[in-house]
Design a protein around this ligand. Structure first.
Ligand code: 0A1
Ligand code: ZN
Length: 885
């Protein structure tokens, strides 16, 4: 664990180091308990000052410069490592030997032991836990790595780049030498040593080079690697076609590991993945898992150019690689979906991305951890792998794409690579390349990088029948009162019959397109549309053209009209969401007062109309008819009252199931997908709508629905059907059937860790349908002793605790405060084992000030008790101190 009080690091303090590393030779004598690392760095002077090396938790065996042991007087130990005075030299060969214990590494940062193998995770600052090094992204070195290990324990030895030699050694040992031809920062270093099997394919790149693609998994999982391999090939093709970017190595490896803090890591040529984003077969993975695997494989692959070839100058620039790479993976998935399932599938992807942004990023941006996509300061960098840096960062890149067009954006990318390939750069460098390539001024646009908080866009329309004019005023409101943003707003006007109107702005001579892109640059902008014969209904921010909160007064009638007619699929969905939010908040207010909530007929009619609209794809109907996430709903309530919200949602779900029961049952039969499982958006859409229907039917206790769900949950079908049915039962009053289905599931998958994660999560997230039913917490406490549960596996923590804290707010925010006490105990324990995971879990209470006064008092008590403890890691401390603020 690092020192207790981490200093604040500031962006403006950036200074290049006096010394850089040209090339590095690493030699690993691998052992689960005592690995020896010999590190030879060829250092070069860049300025005045000592050689700065970072080190954390290392046992140093020796340290020499140009073959001579370093004198005590030339060495200074610092908080982050050591500094060596290299005198007048301009170059130096520095050799340091360290010893580490991978088995004791429970933080999973640096070199660690998992399932009998050895794996590394170096982003952001893990390399310094392996050896002494200037562990910053602006130090780019050429790596040669020799791995030496016992052949029986570690038959496979992998590192970055190309395998240049390998062979046997005495005593049952063997070695492998890897060379990475591309200079890279230390955070992209990786090694893997273990007993793994491989799925291989060779492909030709666009320019005709043959490349070897490999997916390495534990023995027994080879039949689950095909989808990851297919996704990799699709990613390669897409990046060649869309951005002209080719794979630059002869070999590209993906390795699945069971213990991993995050999703996956883009180490050069050797991506290491959380197994859940690699392994899939129809019996064990759902459509959603397949979709996630495809997008995570693509994300890591795309990093090879946006992140690895061009990297970040410092960690404040994280969104330079992450926002851009998320945008690229979103575009890739959208193109893949559209190619197989048409344009409606593309719209569904956009809706899912925005839903995620609103659920995860909006609350972050309105709370104590709010930060610009390029933060100005941090204490623990691991706390800044956030929805803001990733998802809002991707929205900022998307706006550039919208403003410049696909071709302009591509030209900007080309220029960016031509200037910065092989460099560590800043977000300014990226935006400047976009600006120069397109001859546009993006100075004002840069404000997106420095302002935090979600901007609001206030819209007011006025129709003047006599003048046949419609006047629309758009006003930006920024949370900190910052300067106006450069914001693309796509909009249309819908005529009374439901058709889009051609738009003519005052001063224009001929009618333009029905969707116009307006570039807002001022705080307030007034647009006058001419030749409008009847009062139109505005459809604003089409496709969610900017990451803002649109405030527009619309009555129920108008929302229903847009739900039926908006030609923009995103806005049509959004109209349904707005209607749902309004209805649910009103019902919640009643529930809080102890009044039985009622569902308005107008809402049920509009909902039913969408459900029955056979012109809309099932996938689209599934997203349109899914209620907003509880986290998003809580965000709009003052105070947030999760228990009252849950009561309202139960009534609403039950009503939807009861009143539209026959329709759902009919659809259930019509939507069944014949033949063997295939991952395809059309099939997935049908399954999604069917599973949604099951949720409503089971919520209402419709006997036939429950019966079918039980049959599916315990039958011989694939995981998408099985899990959909299980979820419907667990989240319903059918507790006997839920228990049967859970037991069946456990029996089938007891030995399958990834599938058991689903089993843990579904129970942790279970709604308590009737007040007397077992509270989720009691179940979770019991499950902690289940043989498949483990406190050292992050996926288990996220499944059992994460699902409770995040996906089950009504149970977590219990009136007696038991949820918060449980939370504090888990943070205390995790803080010792794995600060990164602990800090992610700690964040679930950061918005405690939004709760009711009684809940606030209970939450505050636990947060304060934790902050008062002295052994808190900097990661957890930063989060909690900010929460108390
Ligand atoms: N760069 C990876 C995510 C990642 C970040 C940090 C990690 O450890 C602290 C691990 C992975 C990505 O964006 O996929
Ligand atoms: Zn990434």
């Amino acid at each position: 664990m690092k020192t207790e009080h981490a200093p604040t690091i500031r962006r403006i303090d950036y200074q290049p180091l006096a010394w850089t590393v040209q090339s590095v030779d690493l030699h690993f004598t691998l052992d689960a308990k005592a690995t020896v690392v010999r590190n030879r760095m060829h250092c070069e002077r860049r300025g005045a000052g000592p050689l700065v090396l970072m080190a954390e938790g290392l046992t140093r065996v020796s340290l020499t410069v140009d073959g001579v042991e370093v004198a005590e007087t030339a060495l200074r130990e610092t908080d982050t490592g050591l500094e060596i005075d290299l005198g007048e030299r301009d170059t130096a060969l520095v050799e340091v030997v360290t010893q580490i214990n991978p088995s004791a590494n429970t933080e999973l940062s640096g070199l660690y032991h998992s399932g009998g193998g050895l794996y590394t995770q170096c982003e952001a600052e893990g390399f310094r836990r392996i050896t002494c090094f200037p562990d910053r992204p602006d130090v780019m070195a050429r790596f040669t790595v020799t791995l030496e290990a016992d052949m029986a324990a570690f038959p496979v030895l992998l590192s970055n780049g190309n395998l240049v030699d390998s062979g046997d050694l005495d005593g049952g040992r063997h070695f492998a030498i890897w060379e990475d031809p591309f200079p890279k920062p230390s955070y992209l270093f990786a090694l893997v040593a273990g007993d793994l099997v491989v799925l291989e394919r060779t492909e030709k790149t666009r320019s005709g080079r043959e490349v070897l693609l490999q997916v390495w998994v534990e023995d027994g999982n080879l039949d689950r690697a095909d989808h990851a391999m297919d996704s990799l090939v699709h990613s390669m093709r897409w990046d060649e076609k869309t951005f002209g970017l080719e794979l630059d190595l002869d070999r590209y490896m993906i390795v699945a590991v069971s213990d991993f803090n995050m999703g996956a890591m883009e180490n050069k040529g050797l991506n290491i993945f959380n197994a859940k984003f690699v392994l899939a077969k129809p019996d064990t993975a759902t459509d959603v898992d397949y979709e996630h695997i495809e997008s995570v494989v693509a994300h890591e692959y795309f990093h090879n150019w946006t992140g690895n070839r061009v990297t970040c100058q410092d960690w404040f620039q994280l969104t330079l690689k992450e926002g851009l790479t998320v945008f690229r993976d979103q575009q890739f998935s959208a193109d893949m979906l559209a190619a197989a399932g048409g344009e409606s599938a593309r719209a569904v992807k956009r809706i899912e991305d925005v839903r995620m942004l609103r659920t995860a990023q909006f609350p972050e941006d309105a709370g104590p951890m709010a930060h610009p996509i390029r933060p100005d300061q941090y204490q623990a960098i691991d706390n800044f792998y956030t929805a803001t840096v990733y998802e809002k960062g991707a929205e900022v890149i998307r706006m550039l794409h919208t403003l410049l067009g696909a071709e302009g954006f591509r030209n900007g990318m080309d220029l960016y690579f031509s200037y910065h390939d092989g460099q560590a750069v800043t977000c300014d460098d990226f935006v400047e390349a976009m600006s120069e390539a397109n001859g546009v001024d993006l100075d004002q646009f840069m404000r997106w990088y420095s302002q935090r908080g979600t901007p609001r866009l206030l819209a007011e329309g006025r129709y003047d029948a006599a003048a046949r004019q419609y006047t629309l005023t758009l006003t930006q409101q920024r949370p900190d009162g910052d300067e106006a943003l450069h914001m693309p707003v796509a909009l249309g006007l819908i005529g009374p019959k439901g058709a889009d109107l051609p738009l003519t702005l005052a001063g224009e001579t001929s009618a333009g397109a029905t969707t116009r892109l307006i570039e807002l640059k001022d705080t307030s902008t007034t647009l006058v549309f001419e030749g409008i014969d009847a009062e139109p209904v505005p459809s604003l921010l089409r496709g969610f053209s900017a990451p803002v909160i649109l405030e527009l007064t619309e009555d129920d009638r108008r929302l229903a009209f847009r739900m039926a007619h908006d030609s923009d699929p995103f806005n049509r969905w959004d109209a349904a969401q707005r209607f749902m939010v309004r209805v649910i908040l009103a019902m919640t207010a009643d529930a809080a007062k102890g009044v039985l909530p009622q569902v308005p007929d107008a809402f049920m009619t509009a909902f039913g109309a969408l459900l029955h609209n056979e012109k809309l794809d099932p996938a689209y109907r599934a997203v349109a008819l899914t209620l907003p996430a509880e986290a998003y709903l809580l965000e709009q309530m003052t105070p947030a009252d999760p228990v009252a919200l849950r009561r309202a949602l139960i009534v609403l779900m039950r009503s939807i199931g009861e009143r539209l029961g026959d329709s759902w049952l009919g659809l259930d039969a019509r939507l069944s997908v014949a033949g063997e499982y295939r991952y395809h958006p059309t099939d997935a859409g049908r399954r999604a709508l069917r599973n949604l229907g099951q949720r409503y039917l089971c919520a209402a206790g419709v006997a036939k629905g429950v019966e079918r769900a039980l049959a599916r949950a315990t039958g011989e079908g694939h995981m998408t059907d099985r899990f959909g049915a299980l979820a419907a039962l667990v989240h319903s009053p059918a507790s006997a059937e839920a228990a049967t289905a859970l037991a069946d599931f456990e029996r089938r998958f007891a030995k399958d860790a990834l599938v058991m994660d689903k089993w843990f999560a579904i129970q942790a997230g279970a709604w308590r349908w009737i007040d007397s039913a077992e509270p989720a917490l009691a179940r979770i406490e019991a499950l902690m002793s289940h043989p498949a549960f483990s406190l050292s596996n992050p996926n288990k923590i996220y499944a059992l605790f994460g699902a409770y804290f995040r996906a089950n707010p009504a149970e977590f925010h219990r009136a007696d405060g038991a949820g918060y006490r449980f939370w504090a105990d888990r943070i205390r324990d995790l803080n010792k084992r794995n600060p990164q995971v602990a800090s992610r879990m700690a964040r679930v209470l950061e918005n405690w000030r939004r709760l009711t006064p009684a809940q606030q008092a209970l939450a505050r008590e636990q947060i304060e008790a934790l902050v008062g403890e002295k052994d808190l890691s900097p990661d957890v401390r930063e989060v909690l101190e900010k929460a108390l603020g």
